[in-house]
Design a protein around this ligand. Structure first.
Ligand code: NDP
Length: 521
């Protein structure tokens, strides 16, 4: 009898109803090994193709998604419990735009670049860098944007000429498989993209596999494990981790706009966005008006079945997440927080629904102000001065995004300069992951490295430096043939050539000429 040490399948389910959607085999370490081997075998031919050819395939995949928009939106909301409108706007629409951008601009963004060599160019030297595909990229992705996050990284990797092994979250295997299906349907060559659904063990096997880079998006705890596993092969990692993103509302903000932003930024995707507004600090002078508006707007949100186009807020995606939210809100209430609305599960709806919740009378000793909640909860505090707001916002181990709300843009920029986050928004929140042109990533425990934009592309390339010496018939003075004369030339050189002053540098010319005349082996 074969004894299973762990279950061999994962159950995909609809978190809004508890209905089982499918049973999917868990990728084993051997499956990962084979997928990585297939990706390496496919790499040389894929890397050889021209950008324009790869771009055509990406745009064909984009058209395929558009042709099956409703089907892809449906699998996304069914596996996550998010509202249909959000499955369309933040998962699918964001990706369509990203595909157009990278199909059109990757070649331009990765053009060879000349390096300015200054005085070395007088000596006939020039340098440039080329950006080349790295090889096989391992992508490990979460469930909160099961289409947008892995798809964006897959598109960037493929456009450059890399091949990919993707391990989607165990909670959203069907969306992960859909990504593979899309590219297969448009004729992506065998082995270029390999989707291996599975659980943590599958991810762990990928982190240890012989790939050239790991792109991981998920929690800090798992990110740490991935970094340690990847270190065994010296595989570099990009880690996109959690956040506890602060919103600062200044006294000169448009109160109505800021209140709408707070409600959307905190509750969109049921708060399960790494860049959700997780803490709000409002100037005492406008706090009453702002908080009243936030509560009114929250009470207008329609929580309901994901498939309805007028549902504002769906269910949480996992039972584990529901427990975290319940624990943090429960702890805040025990410690004296005031619940202005929500505060509990939405028991009328079944599934993993938690009511959108607004809390006051909290402080930084509460877990709700320190740990990532990843749920529909907005805790609010007031501040008296700009300095106090910045100190509170920065008082966190995380630093993914932060936002400042003010009609005085100069004030916004002044405060932005003091905030510790990978992205700081003035009069905006949460959405810039959807801008393919801008870098995405965190500081402090929110991550390592960047995705999206040309800086994200840089994480996916091998940087090759080419150095040219046009003086093909001369030997360098510092080559063998060491002597007293050479030593004196080098002393001269140290004083002149390395000087910050141009005048001193010109004085190096005689030493250069003397150096050239020295006998070399
Ligand atoms: P997890 O860290 O639990 O999981 C992320 C991925 O890692 C999943 O595919 C998971 O597989 C896999 N995994 C689990 N264990 C291991 C392991 N030992 N080695 C390798 N991979 C493993 O995160 P969640 O899926 O719960 O996602 C939520 C978190 O993601 C939040 O903290 C959120 O802030 C963060 N996030 C960050 C973003 C950013 O851009 N900074 C964007 C989106 C989310 P499985 O699911 O099968 O267990």
């Amino acid at each position: 009898m074969i004894q299973m040490l762990w279950p061999s399948t994962i159950i995909s389910m609809n978190p809004a109803t508890g209905e089982t959607l499918a049973e999917v085999p868990i990728g084993t370490p051997e499956d990962i090994h084979q997928a990585v081997a297939r990706a390496w075998a496919a790499f040389p031919a894929w890397a050889e193709r021209r950008y324009a050819e790869r771009g055509r395939l990406i745009l064909a995949a984009r058209q395929y998604i558009l042709d099956r928009l409703e089907e892809i939106v449906e699998v996304t909301y069914t596996e996550t419990g998010k509202p249909r409108t959000e499955a369309l706007s933040s998962d699918v629409m964001a990706v369509l735009d990203l595909m157009t951008y990278y199909a059109k601009y990757t070649e331009k963004l990765l053009r060879s670049e000349r390096i300015w060599l200054g005085k070395y160019s007088i000596m006939g030297r020039s340098s440039y860098v080329n950006y080349k595909p790295l090889g096989v990229i391992g992508i490990i992705s979460p469930w909160n944007f099961p289409f947008a996050i892995p798809m964006g990284e897959v598109v960037m990797a493929l456009m450059i000429g890399n091949t990919v092994v993707l391990k989607p979250s165990e909670y959203t295997p069907l969306v992960g498989l859909k990504i593979g299906e899309i590219f297969q349907a448009v004729g992506l060559p065998e082995g270029v993209l390999n989707v291996v659904p599975g659980d943590g063990t599958t991810g762990a096997a990928l982190a240890e596999a012989k790939v050239k880079k790991i792109f991981f998006t998920g929690s800090v705890a798992t990110g740490r494990k991935v970094m340690m596993a990847a270190a065994k092969n010296l595989t570099p990692v990009v880690l996109e981790l959690g956040g506890k993103d602060p919103m600062i509302v200044c006294r000169d903000a448009d109160v109505d706009v800021a209140a709408s932003a707070a409600v959307w930024g905190a509750f969109a995707n049921a708060g399960q966005i790494c860049a959700s507004i997780e803490r709000c600090y409002v100037d005492q002078a406008i706090a009453d008006e702002f908080i009243t508006k936030v509560v009114e707007k929250t009470q207008r949100l329609r929580q309901g079945p994901p498939e309805r186009v007028d549902t504002d807020i769906g269910s949480l995606s996992t039972e584990r997440q529901l427990q975290v939210v319940e624990e943090q809100v429960g702890d805040a209430i025990v410690r004296g927080a005031t619940v202005l609305c929500g505060g509990d599960r939405n028991r009328e709806l079944g599934g993993y629904y938690f009511q959108p919740t607004v809390l006051t009378d909290v402080d930084h000793s509460f877990s709700i102000m320190r740990e990532e909640t990843f749920g529909p909860v907005l805790p609010l505090m007031t501040f008296k001065t700009e300095e106090e707001a910045i100190r509170l916002a920065n008082d966190s181990p995380y630093g993914l995004t932060a936002s400042v709300w003010t009609t005085d843009i100069a004030r916004g920029k002044r405060m932005a300069a003091q905030l510790q986050a990978g992205t700081i928004m003035i009069n905006e929140c949460t959405y810039t992951h959807a801008l393919p042109q801008t870098p995405w990533g965190g500081v402090k425990q929110s991550g390592v490295g960047r995705t999206h934009s040309k800086w994200g592309l840089m994480e996916l390339v091998e940087l090759e430096h080419v150095h040219v010496n046009r003086m093909a018939r001369t030997k360098d003075p510092w080559w063998y043939g060491y002597s007293r004369q050479l030593y004196e030339v080098l002393v001269d050189f140290s004083r002149t050539f390395t000087s910050p002053s141009w005048v001193d540098q010109l004085k190096a010319i005689p030493a250069v000429l003397r150096g050239q005349r020295l006998k070399k082996y």
